[in-house]
Design a binder for this molecule. Structure first.
Ligand code: ATP
Length: 246
């Protein structure tokens, strides 16, 4: 499998605090890779570094053959990388439609006109409830609907790589099922590669090919999703001790 995103020996500091202490991860073409770990392990810092929101201290981040550390953040969507941040951050005083339009705003090579309508239709097919709510203010949506909108806003640029930060956080189990159904669908039908940060290790490992477990800013364990599910330490610390069939 060709590598689409390669992070090598990444070190990121917040002032005197070293949040990432030399992390290396890879995401392939048409791949799903899970990044798991407890609160404060460095998962969000990793995604923010990839999408150029945070400056890195050392190491490298490559998208295909290109170094991302010298690429301005605003160019990433046009290159095919979309980041859906933890906490959704939808524009609450704008409608669903307007939030989706903003995902396409100012980005080169983005769908416009008929192409944009088609892309929105695809997003509304993925999340039919958003079609029903398209004229509604985003601030009046439920948490689950806001998460769907945040993912839809990321997808409007038709990305090759989707960085998803804790998409299941705080959502009811039935909504989590819906979100993970869509993660599978965009990967299988559109071939989008997904770097999935999650605390819900069980769900994440059910869709991922490979996984990394971060602890205190380092990769503590990595392996095929199936091996991780059967790893004693992973089962005890992240899967509630349950045995899961691959
Ligand atoms: P969570 O699941 O709680 O979001 P995480 O694995 O995403 O956790 P990060 O948010 O990346 O973890 O945090 C990694 C480390 O960096 C933690 O020790 C955290 O306290 C620290 N940190 C994060 N943001 C800042 C900040 N703005 N200033 C200082 N330290 C920070």
């Amino acid at each position: 499998m060709a590598t689409v995103l390669a992070v090598r020996d990444l070190v990121v500091n917040y002032g005197a605090v070293q949040a990432l202490k030399g992390i290396s991860i890879e995401l392939g073409e048409h791949d799903i890779v899970a990044v798991l770990g407890a609160n404060g392990a460095g998962k969000t810092t990793l995604l923010k570094s990839i999408s150029r929101i945070l400056a890195i201290k050392s190491g490298s981040i490559q998208f295909r053959e290109r170094d991302l550390q010298t690429t301005p953040a605003f160019q990433l969507a046009g290159m095919g990388i979309a980041h859906v941040p933890e906490g959704r951050h939808v524009f609450s005083t704008l409608t669903v439609d307007e939030n989706l339009d903003l995902g396409a705003y100012g980005v080169r090579n983005l769908p416009a006109g008929r192409e944009l309508v088609k892309t929105k239709d695809w997003i509304f097919d993925l999340f039919p409830i958003l079609r029903e709510r398209r004229k509604q203010l985003a601030g009046t949506l439920s948490g689950g609907e806001q998460q769907m909108l945040a993912i839809g806003r990321g997808l409007i640029s038709k990305p090759h790589v989707l960085l998803l930060d804790e998409p299941s956080l705080g959502l009811a189990p039935i909504i989590v099922q819906e979100i993970f159904r869509v993660i599978r669908q965009i990967h299988e039908e559109e071939g989008v590669s997904i770097l999935l940060v999650e605390q819900n290790a069980r769900k994440a490992l059910s869709v991922a090919r490979y996984g990394y477990i971060l602890e205190l800013g380092k990769v503590a364990i990595e392996g095929d999703a199936c091996d991780l599910k059967n790893n004693e330490r992973v089962r005890a610390a992240y899967l509630g001790g349950a045995k899961i069939v691959c």
